[in-house]
Design a protein around this ligand. Structure first.
Ligand SMILES: [Fe+2]
Length: 298
């Protein structure tokens, strides 16, 4: 079986230090397919009510399987000709620089395990439903795909900028701040973003698109603050991952989102990301190392 946190195939890959793996499709159990089928069936009506039009077009053009866990090779056959993107199976957490660099190369690191069918709302870590039903349909949209690539390029800019700093303490301090700013931006856009549309506000963030409860809550609850995005706010705003988001940011379009990534890079070069407000998310040593060792590859 390939159930989240209970998959020996994944544990073995992690023990061997393999980040990129294949999707051993025969290992999915009947329960695993059932978890996909039920997750998909209950989300579909909510997507039609709350998701942005590019996402709805995306699930159609990918011909996503409703009944069973999709084969990534099949997903890629539909995805690749549209934007050049592909979903690539990984064994779990990918250090920050490597993750962003994959985006730059139009590759999306994709989890292959799936949540426990007995509790569809409990997600100890991202799963294939979040990644393939939440993220991948967005990668069929050209403007959105270009934004992800541009964001990946920013990671290279960051690695290049900090590689020139001699003082090790200063280098780590600045890099931590830049990674934190990038992670916050990613969180408030790609994972939890809202977008204006002719019909009103719609969801484009994948954390919302893959959550049965939060997709509705994000647009309809009076407990959520929804504001037009301001870059200076988003990069200084901490967030917590273990409950529904109380604060969400709105973009006008994916072209607008792209222009924000441009500004993010400009600010990075000007040093404006060197001292963002402290707080979540934490930046771990693997993330820092991935950037520090990146400059050799530039
Ligand atoms: Fe995600």
């Amino acid at each position: 079986m390939l159930t989240t946190t209970q998959a020996p195939f994944i544990e073995d890959a992690q023990r061997r230090g393999e980040l990129f793996i294949h999707q051993p499709y025969e290992l999915y159990s009947a329960e695993n397919h059932e978890a996909w089928r039920r997750s998909y069936a209950r989300m579909l009506p909510r997507w039609h009510r709350f998701a942005n039009p590019a996402f709805l077009k995306g699930i159609d053009s990918l011909c996503l399987n409703h009944e069973a866990v999709p084969r990534l090779e099949e997903v890629n056959r539909f995805l690749n000709p549209l934007t050049g993107f592909q979903a690539r199976p990984v064994s779990g957490y990918i250090p920050a620089f490597l993750f962003f660099d994959c985006l730059r190369n139009r590759t999306f690191p994709t989890t292959i395990t799936i949540r426990d069918s007995r509790n569809l709302d409990y997600l100890p870590e991202p799963d294939i439903f979040h990644d393939v039903a939440g993220h991948v349909p967005m990668h069929t949209d050209r403007a959105f795909a270009e934004t992800l690539v541009r964001f990946g390029e920013c990671a290279h800019t960051a690695a290049e900028l900090v590689s020139g700093i001699r003082d090790e303490h200063e280098q780590l301090q600045r890099l931590t701040s830049i990674i934190r700013a990038m992670a916050r931006f990613f969180w408030f856009t790609v994972e939890f973003g809202l977008m204006r549309s002719k019909e009103g506000l719609r969801v484009y963030g994948s954390g919302l698109l893959s959550s049965f409860g939060e997709i509705e809550h994000s647009l309809e609850s009076p407990d959520v603050q929804r504001y037009p995005i301001q870059l200076e706010w988003a990069i200084n705003q901490s967030f917590e991952i273990d409950h529904y988001q109380p604060l969400l940011f709105i973009v006008d379009s994916f072209d607008h989102l792209f222009s924000l990534v441009d500004t993010l890079e400009k600010w990075m070069r000007e040093g404006k990301l060197n001292h963002v407000a402290p707080g979540e998310p934490g930046v771990n040593e693997l993330d820092l190392k991935s950037f520090l060792h990146a400059h050799a590859a530039i």
